[in-house]
Structures are given as C-alpha cells and as structure tokens.
Design a protein around this ligand. Sequence first.
Ligand code: SF4
Length: 120
Amino acid sequence: MKMRICCTTCPNECELDVEVDENKHIISAVGNKCPRGLTFAEKEVVDPERVLASTVRIDGAAHNCLLPVRTDAALPLRLHFDVMRQLAACAVSAPVKMGDVILPDVCGTGINVVASRSIA
Ligand code: SF4
C-alpha cells in the first residue's frame, strides 16, 4: 500500500511518499529531509498521535468563558474521542494558571490535559 504522510515534527512539514507492507512495516520512503521524518512515518502508520486541544467550562472566572486546554504530549488519535468526552463532562474553578493539570493521566497514558492559559 502506498501512502502520503506529512511530517509535522518541525515547520518544514515534509511530505513523504511511503510504501507499507501488510504488517504495517515501511518498505520505502522518500521526501523526508531528515531521519526524524521516517520515525514520524513509522509511528503514523502504526498508531498516529496528535496533541489534543480543546476547551473546558470554567466557573467563577471574572468573565464567563471557556478555558483552553491541551495535552502535554501527543496522544494516540484512537483515544481522542474518549478524552473529548471526559472534557465535555469536566468543569474547573477559577483561578487557573497556565500549565495546571486539568485531567491527569488520561486513559492511563501518563499524559495530562493542562490549561493553555491563565484565567483569574
Ligand atoms: S522530515 Fe525532518 S525536516 Fe522534514 S518535517 Fe520531518 S523533522 Fe522536519
């Protein structure tokens, strides 16, 4: 199977054309400007990951608003829906500092959802 994968490891955003066998092993890859692109492609083929960004309800803030949050590391895409469901049921109380952990160890991954900004 042939795939085109955009490496998001750095701002170059190289497009790799990869050929993958039935066991999801990369047979060939072209288009990456450095070895990290191949590492990204190998992960992308088997279990793609992205940082998840969203918002949660915040109570007691100076202005009614939503708190922007994100995972503190790339999270497997297969878990994003579960985490979004948890975030939809989540509310925090102001004040919140950027980096505060909002949901720890999501889905047992060791990855936390943290506040992306401070809100008084
Ligand atoms: S292959 Fe290397 S240079 Fe290209 S986007 Fe990925 S990390 Fe950046």
